[in-house]
Unconditional design. Structure first.
Length: 406
């Protein structure tokens, strides 16, 4: 594989390893790109011969995505599907330029709807690249349908039903197994359990953000996040229990919008619907997971929560997740009766895990249980629901159905 790479930054922990990354199918296009980056004096560049699959492999290994990504669709039989897979490893802020041989208006419009900033038809020239990429401003000139990440809210029918346990381990799975970048916001202003479960300390970044509306920008927000690893970041605070300082939901909404530009998912751990930021969280959420146990009180509270969330103007998609946080086996409301009471079936039910969860939470680690019906497998099912991916069983059934239809 032919590769050109400039990196004049000695510190490998720079914000981005390369500002401009390109995978192209032929030498002529590669040479045009080389001339372009040299004329524009772009110092952080990676250019290689390859296609969408090569771009996916390369980006999967990076902690941060590039500012610009140019990918050649010449060898792609299903360009929309391939770019959909590529978007799973790209941060929403990446400005993607597609390159191809087809002068197809329909394809162009479909690509724009996927979040691609522009579609260029070969042959590629330096002049065409200069008209498309504004290096000085750091943007692609023809910007349409800008892609942003999704805010996902998690809340519980009552305390102690395992909201943070489920949400945090879902975030862990998405960052480690599917290469998404996730910002996790613990909205418990007095201090939730997220930091303890991750084995990190809070820097009171959430409080700083809420008190400094005039300073909100991507760079300031990035400094307030506490990194668990290269893809999972936490925003939280621990205010005194007697603190009565007011917070502005509008400031939180602006911060949330900025985070959605840089992360695939922003997880909102809503400790209570009475939290002063809960309304703003539900208003911004594309999806809300309500965690409940199978008790009469939880069933009643679950119904109230669902009405409260679904009556909002943005009408987020809501799902109920059942959890068994304790070993009680008698006195639970039957699953069918619970579904009838709240007017819908639960998306999934987590079964009681007697040991591994408690050990993992105390050590700040990922649970190590490997049961086929255990906690980690349940997290995978929720992750597949969120990302729209199929499980291996579903893929097998789909393949059999396709063969049968033939």
């Amino acid at each position: 594989m032919s590769t050109l790479e400039f990196n004049l930054t000695k510190n490998r922990s720079a914000v981005r390893v390369a500002e401009f990354v390109a995978f192209v199918a032929d030498k002529d296009t590669e040479q045009a790109l080389k001339r372009f980056v040299l004329e524009e004096a772009m110092p952080h560049v990676h250019i290689a011969i390859g296609g969408v699959d090569d771009a996916i492999v390369h980006l999967s290994k990076l902690d941060r995505s590039p500012q610009f990504l140019l990918v050649d669709l010449q060898s792609s039989a299903m360009p929309l599907s391939d770019l959909g897979r590529l978007s799973e490893v790209c941060e929403p802020s990446v400005q993607v330029i597609a390159l191809g041989e087809r002068n197809d208006v329909g394809l162009f419009r479909s690509l724009l709807k996927l979040g691609v900033r522009d579609y260029l038809v070969k042959p590629l020239t330096v002049e065409l690249l200069k008209r498309t990429v504004n290096v000085a401003q750091g943007s692609v000139n023809q910007v349409s349908f800008a892609r942003t990440g999704k805010a996902i809210a998690f809340t519980g029918s009552r305390g102690g039903v395992g909201v943070t346990t489920i949400a945090l381990n879902l975030a862990r799975h998405l960052t480690s197994e599917t290469h998404r970048r996730v910002a996790y916001i613990d909205l418990n202003l007095s201090g939730g359990s997220a930091n303890t479960m991750l084995g990190i300390e809070t820097n009171n970044g959430l409080w700083e953000v809420l008190q400094n509306a005039h300073r909100l920008d991507p760079q300031y927000l990035e400094r307030t996040l506490v990194a668990k690893d290269g893809r999972l970041f936490v925003l939280s605070t621990e205010q005194d229990f007697g603190s009565r300082s007011a917070v502005d939901p509008a400031t939180f909404q602006r911060a949330l919008a900025l985070l959605c530009d840089s992360f695939h998912y922003v997880f909102l751990d809503v400790d209570s619907a009475r939290n002063p930021l809960a309304g703003a969280a539900f208003d911004a959420a594309k999806r809300v997971y309500v965690v409940s146990d199978r008790s009469v009180h939880s069933a009643r509270q679950c119904m109230r929560l669902l009405r409260h969330i679904e009556d909002r103007d943005n009408t987020p998609q809501t799902s109920v997740v059942l959890n068994s946080p304790n070993a009680a086996s008698h006195g639970k409301v039957q699953a069918d009766d619970f579904a009838e009471a709240i007017g819908r079936s639960a998306l999934h039910e987590f079964h009681f895990e007697p040991k591994s969860l408690q050990v993992a939470e105390n050590l700040g680690e990922k649970p190590k249980e490997k049961s086929p019906n255990g906690f980690n497998q349940s997290i995978i099912r929720i992750a597949n629901d969120l990302t729209g991916q199929m499980t291996k069983t579903e893929l097998s059934l789909f393949s059999k159905l396709a063969v049968w239809r033939k």
